[in-house]
Design a protein around this ligand. Structure first.
Ligand code: MFK
Length: 550
């Protein structure tokens, strides 16, 4: 071999045009007139994801935010400086309607599908500007639901603006030292003032601290303990002079990844706030936000899975080893089979959630749609959060040593992907939320009836029979499990995974029925091979684990 050999690195072509799943989904699931209307915008996002967005994201990563607590004369200023590129990512998001598209509702019940397709293309080249966008969208929805007319005319307009000069982002300050998971333990207090409320307390994880506003929780004096005693508040960070309103920034977090995103610890020292939707019920009210950020999380996860595979596919077509291109090696093909299949399955499932969300937003959701949206939101978040970390790990391994070297840009994907199983609720918290959904808004019978209906409509009788057997098995086991407090908790993750995989298989088999796309058929067949009967683990195992290892 030539001593001057240099391996060509992976290139990113137009990320819309070259995305087999998104192209196929658009063609087979979206009304034809909308496809025609959407294509130019998606083409642009796809081109920019491998162009200007990619470059800005790289610059933003190279110039992470800094916290300047004091000015030269000792005055406390608490500035967070971010890069120019970070601002460009924000401006781009506004101009291209990354939030606005969901609220203008130009495409009726399909608006969220377009909006989330834009996010899917934008996110992997955004240095996680997608995180402020997620919270902004959640806040916009919370203002639609709980805001008064004044906030709808002002803050909501800014959050959903396409004008970069008017566009606002929002923070979501939920986590305190007492708990990211058990939010009801929050210690922040709200005192009534002549003009509203003043908030006091520590917020331990506040991302997008450069936002103009935030949604947060605090307990009014005398309110009961727990989540129901908390209230939801609207906060504007700065006054008319640009000074922080009784907010001290303690420090920026030094995180494993998401380095361009400013995440800070804050102290609220009498921060003026407006109550949203009356006192109490704070956890319930803020679930309006976090159910949206969880959908964003899932869209970002499949966006990252796609990005890892785009890079790997291009590389495998350039990398020659043992006399052949990597792309021509059977072991490579076998290795990427599950990676591609799960990416398709996850993408299809996540966009089913988005479709249901769009129907709910447009007031077109049936009771079944609403119930499934409630169940599928935690499932999509928890399942894709886990898969993306495993898949990006496998993908960087396929690059060999290059995957472990910072300046290839590959390790960053793995680091950033890891946050997706943590942020907005860990896998276990989301598994418990799945139980909550099953005991309240979406009884198991609603889910099983939906899957049975899909299975019975299949022309492929073998596939239909297999799906029915898995639903029967799951329902039998889970019905008993859901009557036992400890056992249902112990099995919650296992149950959530099984529900997701059966739902994905049904979705892909249903699509395969009328699909001309070979990949759809391959993924449907692959998924059927992956389903395992849902059997609860012996209780003595986790009880012993608790005794020996907890
Ligand atoms: C991207 C870069 C990021 C940078 C790094 C970030 C690192 C991570 C930082 C973090 O801390 S992220 C963590 C964010 N935190 C969360 O996502 C919260 C996780 N915890 C939960 O979701 C818990 O399940 C929950 C706080 C909701 C449990 O609280 P409770 O008070 O014990 O719940 P409870 O009593 O079951 O429910 C209270 C009400 O809310 C009930 O309604 P009612 O009042 O009508 O009875 C529930 O039905 C309702 N509810 C709870 N979850 C819901 C929901 N309603 C709809 N959807 C849900 N998901």
């Amino acid at each position: 071999m030539d001593q001057k050999f240099f391996q060509e690195g992976p290139r990113l072509e137009n990320q819309f045009r070259t995305d087999p799943w998104l192209q196929s989904f658009l063609k087979e699931k979206i009304p034809v007139d909308l496809q025609t209307q959407w294509r130019p915008l998606l083409e642009k996002l796809g081109a920019d994801a491998g162009g200007c967005l990619f470059q800005w994201a790289d610059q933003a990563e190279r110039h992470p935010p800094t916290h300047i607590p004091f000015d030269a004369w000792g005055k406390r200023v608490d500035q967070i400086e971010t890069s120019e590129a970070w601002q460009k990512l924000s401006d781009y998001a506004a101009t291209h309607g990354l939030i606005a598209e969901g609220y203008e509702r130009r495409h009726g019940a399909w608006s969220r599908v377009l909006q989330m397709s834009l996010l899917y293309l934008y996110h992997p080249s955004s240095a996680i500007f997608s995180c402020p966008l997620a919270m902004t969208d959640g806040a916009a929805r919370a203002l639609e639901v709980y805001g008064d007319e004044d906030l709808k005319r002002t803050a909501l307009k800014n959050l959903t603006s396409r004008d970069p000069k008017k566009f606002w982002t929002s923070g979501q300050w939920m986590t305190e030292k007492t708990g990211g998971s058990d939010v009801g333990l929050s210690l922040s207090r709200a005192e009534k003032t002549a003009h509203g409320y003043a908030l006091y307390g520590s917020k331990w994880f506040t991302s997008a601290t450069t936002s103009q506003m935030a949604m947060t929780l605090a307990r009014p004096n005398g309110a009961e303990a727990g989540g129901r005693g908390l209230s939801l508040f609207y906060v504007e960070l700065r006054d008319a002079n640009g000074d922080l309103q009784n907010i001290r920034i303690e420090r920026l977090k030094n995180k494993l990844g998401t380095k361009a995103l400013p995440t800070a610890e804050l102290e609220l020292t009498g921060t003026p706030a407006r109550l949203l939707g009356g006192e109490g019920g704070g956890v319930k009210k803020i679930s309006t936000l976090f159910n949206i950020t969880r959908i964003y999380n899932a869209v970002c996860a499949v966006g990252y899975m796609r990005r890892a595979l785009a890079l790997l596919q291009d590389y495998a077509r350039r990398r020659r080893v043992f006399g052949k291109l990597l792309s021509e090696q059977p072991l490579h093909a076998a290795t990427i089979l599950p990676m591609w299949s799960w990416t398709w399955a996850c993408s299809e499932f996540v966009f089913e959630v988005v479709r249901l969300w769009g129907r709910e937003d447009a007031g077109e959701a049936t009771d079944e749609d609403k119930a499934l949206l409630r169940l599928y939101t935690p499932l999509a978040k928890l399942y894709t959060g886990k898969k993306v970390a495993a898949l990006t790990s496998e993908a960087i391994e396929a690059f060999g040593g290059a995957g472990y070297v910072e300046d290839t840009g590959l390790p960053k994907i793995l680091r950033d992907a890891q946050v997706l199983s943590i942020w907005e609720g860990t896998t276990n918290v989301l598994s418990l939320d799945t139980l909550r959904a099953l005991t309240r808004e979406c009884p198991l019978s609603v889910w099983s009836a939906n899957i049975r209906q899909q299975a019975k409509a299949l022309n492929d009788h073998a596939a239909g029979t297999a799906l029915l057997a898995h639903v029967d098995q799951l329902e039998k086991t889970a019905t008993v499990l859901l009557t036992q407090a400890d056992a249902q908790q112990a099995e919650a993750r296992h149950l959530a995974f099984a529900l997701t995989e059966i739902s994905m298989a049904a979705l892909m088999c249903t699509r395969a029925q009328n699909s001309a796309d070979e990949s759809v058929h391959l993924v449907a067949r692959f998924l059927l091979t992956q389903l395992k009967p849902f059997v609860a683990a012996p209780e003595e195992h986790w009880r012993q684990s608790m005794r020996l290892w907890c």
